[in-house]
Write a protein of this length. Structure first.
Length: 345
């Protein structure tokens, strides 16, 4: 089969690989129907993810059809259409029992990072009984493409903010993850969602999709002042940082009101400073994290009931044969998300 791997020198390459085989009774082999590129894949290629192993098949965001199952899997059948969790998790260890699956003692973020991922025709998914979620009948592969990664991450970010009814939640970054966070913050009851991005096109998408009530471009206006105007001079009740830009960590705590929660979803390529003397007395709570993607079933049900939709994120459809072109488009941000498939001409 064809698969995309990355090398330590930052280059990617399409290679031929054996179709993966079942190695454990809890494995499944999934035939990839659609996959997508995540900004975290770019962080891997840049060498910013220390645990990522070079020459591994990239990709951790995908949906597909189950073609083979280990003997221990009882809740999924061959032929099922599934959303795949970007994390593999045993469901039984200390962290899994608490829902902290990103830190599963036997798994975590492995697909496309430490084991072969989804930019291929087939993938071996460990712990398939916890990591695969069957798609509801009325949910298509495209509808479900982002459930296991960026939609889960947006939901995770919004949940971290412990949103209350009257809250104004500021989201830094209106990229795919930020847009998902906006959608989820609204769904979880935020009164006001404030979208912040330097990219006017992306703010316009947030506006068009009615994902936020207010839109701020830091290149045009002072974000702190604007947020104060919108929040009775208090600051945002919760901040979800989905940009990972040069100054966006600093922005995240500056625009937060006293006692707010600042949720860091972005993955930084550089260390960030926490200037405690400057923020002393502000009494902030910081939460950080690789997504604990435990809500796939809930998110699929919301999609099935038409309560949320990520369909607008797909701006490009590209054949697996042209995946490197897809990476170029994604890197240049000439798109929101790319659905990579095995399209017929
Ligand atoms: N926590 C997780 O588990 C998880 C999961 C998926 C992705 N991520 C991370 O989330 C982040 C966002 O992903 P994405 O795909 O949406 O990325 P993206 O790069 O497409 O979006 C980031 C947005 O931030 C904006 N931005 C950059 N600098 C800014 C600034 N100074 N002020 C305001 N806006 C600014 C950009 O214009 C862009 O629209 C990435 O770092 C990614 O690795 C984390
Ligand atoms: Zn990802
Ligand atoms: Zn576990």
């Amino acid at each position: 089969m064809k698969a995309l791997i990355w090398h330590k020198n930052g280059k990617t390459e399409v290679v031929r690989k054996e179709i993966p085989k079942i190695q454990d009774s809890r494995d499944a082999i999934v035939k990839v129907k659609l996959s997508s590129i995540c900004t975290s894949d770019l962080h891997i290629i840049h060498g910013s993810v220390p645990r990522a192993i070079p020459e591994t098949v990239l990709g951790h965001e995908f949906v597909g059809e189950v073609v083979q199952l280990g003997d221990a899997i009882k809740n999924i059948k061959i032929g099922d259409r599934v959303a795949v969790n970007c994390e593999t998790f045993c469901g039984e260890c200390f962290f899994c029992k608490k829902g902290f699956i990103n830190n599963c003692e036997k798994g975590g973020w492995e697909l496309g990072c430490t084991i072969d991922g989804c930019h291929a025709e087939y993938v071996r998914v460990p712990f398939a009984d916890t990591g695969l979620t069957k798609l509801p009948k009325n949910v298509s592969y495209e509808n479900a493409l982002f459930v296991g990664d960026i939609l889960s991450s947006g939901y995770f970010g919004a949940k971290m903010c412990e949103i209350q009814e009257e809250d104004s939640i500021a989201i830094i970054g209106a990229g795919p993850v930020g847009l998902c966070a906006m959608m989820c913050a609204k769904y979880l009851g935020a009164k006001n969602v404030i979208a912040i991005d330097i990219n006017e096109n992306r703010l316009n998408i947030a506006k068009k999709e009615k994902l936020a009530n207010y839109f701020i471009n830091p290149n045009k206006t002072d974000v702190e002042t604007e947020i104060k105007k919108l929040t009775n001079n208090h600051g945002a009740d919760g901040v979800i940082e989905c940009a990972g830009g040069i100054n966006t960590f600093e922005m995240s705590w500056k625009i937060a009101r006293a006692n707010a929660i600042v949720a860091i979803v972005a993955m930084y390529e550089q260390n960030q400073t926490l200037p405690l003397p400057q923020m002393y007395g502000k009494n902030l709570t910081f939460k950080t994290g690789g997504v604990d993607a435990v809500h796939c079933k809930e998110l699929l049900d919301l999609i099935s009931q038409d309560k949320i939709s990520t369909d607008f994120l797909i701006t490009h459809r590209i054949h697996m044969d042209n995946i490197e072109q897809g990476y170029r488009i994604f890197k240049n941000k000439d798109c929101l998300k790319i659905a990579i498939g095995f399209y017929e001409d």
